[in-house]
Design a protein around this ligand. Structure first.
Ligand SMILES: NC(=O)c1ccc[n+]([C@@H]2O[C@H](COP(=O)([O-])OP(=O)(O)OC[C@H]3O[C@@H](n4cnc5c(N)ncnc54)[C@H](OP(=O)(O)O)[C@@H]3O)[C@@H](O)[C@H]2O)c1
Length: 328
């Protein structure tokens, strides 16, 4: 019999999985934290455009209603209008308005480090950048504390010790519960862990790399390292921007309303090599009796150390399809 946890809606189904009885979602523990996250994490990169505020709030509420409790944003996110150095902040503001009265249901992750302005502290992860951009993110999200604060990319110009000391200070002040890293290579993560350990500073609890059936490179080194070091993994671009949904076809124009039709630069070129890979994946999905997008999500969730797959969705039906994938 599974053990019953403190909440009467949750029971343990295996060492690292908790079944939320109310929603049917099998949540996974981020090692070293008390955070049990849903296997689908709602991405917010397209909130602003093409997903306007009303639709974005509807998606967030639908996600929360169905037990998707993990939401991923970043200080730069503003949808398709984003260019290097633009101010961002739009997705955080929308998310902040969406969770009014529902803060307790959501585990919120945001990030700093990409260029969002022209001041020296508007890019990277120096202590000054953290102080400035954490305050801005807290304000836009209208929360006192961020559950997971990601360093969005490795910053070669910042002292790692200084970065981690500032993160530790913000954790002590109660503004961050935990921190993570995104787009770090295995050697960069190893260096970060060594710096943390040597200086008695906190270790990251989660890592956010790109990972999909079409982009499996991090399986070689980063994921084994995360598994060894007990760091959870929340991969992004699990559907490779929509390519892994089967919606793009040889010799046909991208469907109206698709990302490829709306924002060509955000989706890989549709060439024969890609279509051959997609054919192979479709065959495997058919054999498994699921859609290509469900197969792609399940494949990522079956990789070691993965706690949640971050999914971008534009429409409620797309969110529902991702939820069905993790309930199988
Ligand atoms: N850390 C980082 O550097 C980083 C970088 C990128 C993203 N991220 C995070 O990862 C999240 C997801 O990224 P992403 O949106 O680029 O990748 P994705 O999840 O691979 O692709 C999402 C897109 O696929 C299409 N789609 C989703 N479900 C579908 C379905 N069932 N049927 C047909 N099409 C479907 C939708 O686009 P259309 O309907 O418009 O075609 C959707 O916007 C972001 O929101 C963000 O939170 C992080």
């Amino acid at each position: 019999m599974p053990a019953i946890c403190r909440s009467r809606h949750i029971r343990i189904v295996s060492g690292h999985e908790w079944n939320n009885i109310a929603t049917g979602m099998k949540n996974r523990l981020i090692p070293g934290t008390g955070l049990r996250v849903s296997p689908v994490c709602l991405g917010t990169m397209t909130f602003g455009t093409p997903v306007g505020e009303t639709d974005a709030i509807r998606l967030i509420h639908e996600a929360l209603d169905h037990g998707v409790n993990f939401i991923d944003t970043a200080n730069i996110y503003e949808g398709y209008t984003r260019v290097i150095g633009s101010a961002g902040g739009v997705a955080e503001e929308i998310l902040g308005r969406a969770i009014v009265g529902r803060r307790g249901q959501a585990i919120i992750a945001t990030k700093l480090g990409m260029k969002v302005g022209d001041a020296p502290e508007d890019e990277g992860t120096s202590a000054a950048a953290i102080r400035k951009h954490l305050a801005l993110s807290l304000k836009r999200l209208a929360v006192d504390c961020i559950d997971i604060y990601y360093l969005h990319k490795f910053d070669p110009a910042a002292s790692m010790t200084e970065t981690l000391a500032e993160i530790a200070a913000e954790m002590r002040d109660g503004k961050i519960r935990h921190y993570g890293v995104s787009n770090y290579s295995a050697p960069q993560l190893r260096e970060l862990l060594a710096t943390a350990d040597a200086n008695g500073l906190p270790r990251p609890v989660i890592c956010q790399p790109p990972l999909s059936l079409l982009k499996p490179e991090v399986l070689n080194d980063l994921l084994p390292l995360c598994e060894k070091e007990q760091i959870g993994v929340a991969p992004y671009q699990v559907l490779q921007g929509g390519l892994l949904t089967g919606k793009y076809r040889r010799g046909e124009a991208p469907p109206a309303g698709s990302r490829k039709a709306e924002k060509d630069a955000w989706v890989w070129a549709l060439d024969e090599n890609l279509f051959q890979q997609l054919d192979g994946i479709q065959k495997k999905a058919d054999k498994a009796g699921v859609s290509m997008s469900q197969y792609a999500i399940q494949w990522v969730l079956n990789q070691k150390a993965v706690v949640s797959a971050i999914i971008g969705v534009k429409r409620i039906e797309q969110l529902k399809e991702a939820i069905v994938a993790v309930r199988h």
